[in-house]
Ligand binder design. Structure first.
Ligand SMILES: O=C1O[C@H]([C@@H](O)CO)C(O)=C1O
Length: 552
């Protein structure tokens, strides 16, 4: 195993992700940030210098569990203090599991500013994947607004509330076309045909393939809001990996991907090699106002500038949830994958609701809207600093007479920063319960992401979760993931083992929703954690501890 060293500088810079110039948060002058490639067992060292000059920064390594390094999880207020302008923080962690991962900002809504990139972990030297491929192609998917991150944030925190709206563009590897369409000549767009030379920042990255080969397509979604559908014209996709875990292979025409998820699919280049084919990405789950993102699958030796001969694949209708559910239900663990424990030690039911607090629009979990404290939980729990956050345990469930199918009768909610404290090495079941939002007949999609862990997806259901639903839990071959969707008016059940000492965020991966309070904090085994680097905790009340004792 190797140690891979990187020196990164985070800075704001002018960039044209969708052919319109904006400001993006880049790394070393690049947007998206550099792709990290590694092998399972390697140690990654990123010396991150904040060159933003007016705000702090942190980076979360999404899908990396941080066994033994909980201070490197990159969550401001949870695992570390934000890195101040001019300061450098060293992230050092092991990538123990092969898979398709990514990294992104986890402070304020910096992910919406474009602070993200890919992290790809191959199997260790001498090891083999359980499938064969000749080459691989990476697709990091995101959504993009012309309004700046700061304008978006102020809108979300204002009274009256100003919603960010739907994205202006979808980006594939940081590239989209706002004022033109690659497929305008096929008549399904009001935009004019793109006349790109190819060297523009917004020019699509053409994916080049050889005929009669098998490719591994890595697809990851780092969107701030949009749920996406990925398809390639005339080609089937065989799903083999989800969030760094192997799945029982199955074939689809298109796949839904929610923010925070990743997949690998196998593509066989067995179509007419004298043609090129569309790679398309469209919006699902919210009424779209954003055109499809397009790029081209270019078969050798066809010219890369040759457009496909037919229109791009049609994205399934945004509200065809049966299509989405059918896809989710097909995702099962590869035979031989670790199975969940048969029983759980503790079950928490988390109801998500849209609420108001003093007229501000928020999201709440069991009627508590998460606010992050000034002192990172990792330090305040370890040092027993009781003034640092709410000491009361957050509720384990919600009122039995709450009607999840109707808007809340009382929209009021409260702020909170309590922590679910779990006994070490126990089995926890979480049931995510969706509900009607503030407006009647609206319930939204929420992809939930757990830090520090993978979990088993035991099942999905409609309406309110009932005890008898546990009979339908899949304990035989549930998929293993770190992000899972909760469908409108439905519930999702998952199970995990508290085997990783640390403090871990569990939250909706929609960036504005997390910012509006849609998350909870889990902690386990914090007292077993050894020395935490001072740099991680040199803020808030933990800074005072260091000043008084001279050491951590
Ligand atoms: O959090 C959200 O707020 C808006 C809407 O509910 C109120 O404007 C929306 O679509 C969200 O997802």
């Amino acid at each position: 195993a190797k140690t891979r060293h990187f020196k990164w500088e985070v800075e704001n810079m002018f960039w044209s992700p969708d052919c319109i110039e904006n400001v993006v948060m880049g790394i070393n002058g690049q947007f998206p940030g550099p792709t990290i490639g590694a092998k399972a067992g390697d140690t990654i060292v990123v010396e991150l210098t904040n060159k933003l000059s007016t705000e702090g920064v942190v980076i979360h390594w999404h899908g990396i569990r941080q066994f033994g390094t909980p201070w490197a999880d990159g969550t401001a207020s949870i695992s570390q203090c934000a890195i101040n302008p001019g300061e450098t923080f060293v992230y050092r962690f092991k990538v123990d599991k092969a898979g398709t991962y990514f990294y992104h900002g986890h402070y304020g809504i910096q992910r919406s500013a474009g602070l993200y990139g890919s992290l790809i972990v191959d199997v260790a030297e001498g090891e083999k994947e359980p499938f064969h491929y000749d080459g691989e192609l990476n697709h990091l998917l995101s959504d993009w607004w012309h309004q700046s991150m700061h304008e978006q944030e102020v809108g979300l925190s204002s009274k009256p509330f100003r919603w960010i709206g739907e994205p202006q563009s979808l980006l594939i590897n940081g590239r989209g076309q706002f004022n033109c369409s690659m497929a305008a000549q096929f008549g399904n767009s009001s935009a004019k045909q793109c006349k790109l030379r190819g060297n523009e920042q917004c020019a699509p990255q053409i994916q080049h393939v050889l005929p009669r080969r098998t490719y591994r397509l890595r697809i990851a979604s780092i969107t701030a809001l949009a749920s996406l559908n990925f398809a390639i014209g005339n080609h089937k996709l065989v799903v083999v990996e989800a969030d760094g875990n192997y799945v029982q292979p199955f074939s689809v025409d298109d796949l839904d991907i929610y923010s925070g998820e990743s997949y690998s699919v196998l593509l066989t280049t067995n179509k007419d090699p004298s043609k090129n084919y569309w790679i398309s990405v469209g919006v699902r789950g919210r009424k779209p106002q954003t055109p499809q993102a397009l790029t081209i699958l270019n078969y050798h030796p066809s010219s890369a500038s040759k457009l496909p001969t037919s229109p791009p694949p049609i994205t399934p209708p945004w509200n065809d949830y049966n299509h989405s559910k059918s896809f989710s239900n097909k995702i099962l663990a590869l035979i031989g994958s670790p199975k969940p424990p048969k029983n759980y030690d503790r079950r928490i039911i988390l109801l998500n609701t849209q609420n108001t607090i003093n007229g501000y629009k928020k999201w709440a979990i069991n009627n508590i809207s998460l606010t992050l404290p000034a002192t990172p939980f990792l330090g305040s729990i370890k040092y027993g600093l009781k003034n640092a956050f709410d000491q009361r345990s957050p509720p384990e469930t919600f009122s039995n007479n709450y009607d999840v199918m109707k808007p809340p009768i009382n929209t009021n909610s409260t702020y909170g920063s309590g922590v679910y404290m779990f006994d070490f090495n126990t089995t926890v079941d979480v049931v995510l319960q969706n509900a009607n939002a503030l407006s009647a007949n609206v319930s939204e999609i929420h992809p939930w992401h757990l830090h520090g862990h993978n979990f088993w997806v035991l099942g999905y259901g409609e309406g309110k979760f009932e005890e008898q639903d546990t009979k339908k839990f899949n304990l035989k071959n549930p998929s293993i993931r770190n992000t899972v969707v909760v469908f409108p008016y439905g519930w999702t059940a998952l199970r995990f083992v508290t085997d990783n000492p640390g403090v871990w965020a569990f939250h909706c991966h929609i960036e504005p929703h997390l910012h509006m309070g849609m998350g909870v904090v889990f902690a386990e085994g914090v007292h077993q954690i050894g020395r935490i680097p001072n740099r991680a905790l040199a803020c808030g009340l933990t800074a005072s501890v260091f000043m008084n004792t001279g050491r951590n």
